[in-house]
Ligand binder design. Structure first.
Ligand code: ASP
Length: 330
């Protein structure tokens, strides 16, 4: 199948795309055509400058109302979505579901109906259950877009986009790099979405590294190579992405103890020399120093962790602006 047909085929599977340049919803990365991912990265590049201007705003979404609907704690994702929406001049609401009517017994669908009655244009959804954002997207009216800001262990597509945006700042050609993802792959929506994005961008060597208990069975079917030995796994890699142990999603003990885990899978300073000459270290946050990464590495000159946070604003601006539904023709 040639590239164009492959893109069209994927597009048919993904009813979240209404045209190559416009998104109905942004729920997952799996079926996005490569050309659309590259368009989002290019658009994000053009938004990156806005944060450095004296007036950090463009009028693109003026008059639109965007709602952060977060059913799970978040710092970076919640605030960078808020900043992205405000830099696009949208009106913005943060609904803290912990204190909202859903806690008083109102059903999720009733909450949605009420927000629709307030003429909101977009919901950004974070939820502990896999599939929640898709469920909401199927239960909102036609003119509302839904963005997945992380659902259970399933997907975190905007994180994957900001990760590949950050990688592209250092390595222009995705076809020439080796990327390793280290740690709790089993419970990680970040890993799942990132693997899809890297595959679509044709990264030839994608590795996942962790104890057997934290590597999903059959992960190789996603087109990655798995390693239980961290040193062998990160050897010569250009990019290493460290993951947090997602204790809140573990229902039993997956590692002997954190000290042992740090010795075997922590990014210690001596492991830096195993990377390629210009290799970078990434982490989606929140970072647990001394468990999956040392402070020396997290704060060192190979770390791009804070750049990932800044890039999150520009990438989310791109996704919000592409996902906003156009006004109906008069
Ligand atoms: N912030 C990321 C997420 O929401 C990673 C993490 O929580 O460890 O999945």
């Amino acid at each position: 199948m040639n590239d164009e047909n492959k893109d069209l085929n994927n597009e048919n599977k993904n009813n979240n795309i209404v045209s190559q340049k416009h998104l109905r919803h942004f729920l997952d990365i799996e079926y996005l055509p490569k050309s659309l991912i590259l368009d989002i990265l290019d658009l994000a590049e053009s938004f990156a400058g806005v944060s450095g201007q004296p007036v950090k705003k463009v009028p693109l979404l003026r008059g639109k109302t965007i709602v952060n609907l977060f059913f799970e704690a978040s710092t970076r994702t919640r605030t960078t979505f808020e900043l992205a929406a405000k830099r696009l001049s949208a009106d913005f609401l943060n609904i803290n579901v912990d204190f909202s009517a859903t806690k008083k017994g109102e059903s999720l669908l009733d909450t949605l109906r009420n927000l629709e009655a307030m003429h909101c244009d977009m919901f950004i959804v974070r939820h502990p259950l896999s599939g929640a954002a898709e469920f909401i997207s199927k239960n909102v009216s036609q003119n509302i877009s839904v963005i997945n800001a992380g659902d259970g262990r399933h997907a975190h597509p905007t994180q994957a986009m900001l990760d590949v945006f950050t990688i592209r700042k250092y390595f222009k050609d995705f076809k020439k790099i080796k990327v390793a993802i280290v740690g709790d792959i089993l419970h990680s929506r970040v890993a799942r979405s990132l693997i899809h994005a890297l595959r679509i961008l044709e990264v030839p060597d994608i590795r996942v590294i962790g104890p057997k208990t934290l590597l999903p069975n059959g992960i190789e079917h996603m087109g990655v190579t798995s390693y239980v030995d961290m040193d062998a796994g990160i050897k010569d890699c250009n990019v290493v992405i460290m993951l947090r142990l997602q204790n809140e999603r573990m229902n039993s003990s997956f590692i002997p103890d954190e000290h042992e885990y740090y010795n075997l899978y922590g990014f210690t300073p001596d492991r830096l020399q195993l990377l390629s000459k210009n290799g970078i270290v990434m982490h989606p946050g929140p970072v647990n120093r001394g468990i999956e990464i040392s402070s020396e590495v997290a704060d060192g000159d190979r770390s791009v962790i804070l750049q990932q946070v800044s890039n999150g604003i520009a990438v989310r601006m791109a996704i919000l602006s592409l996902s906003m539904q156009p006004q109906p023709d008069n």
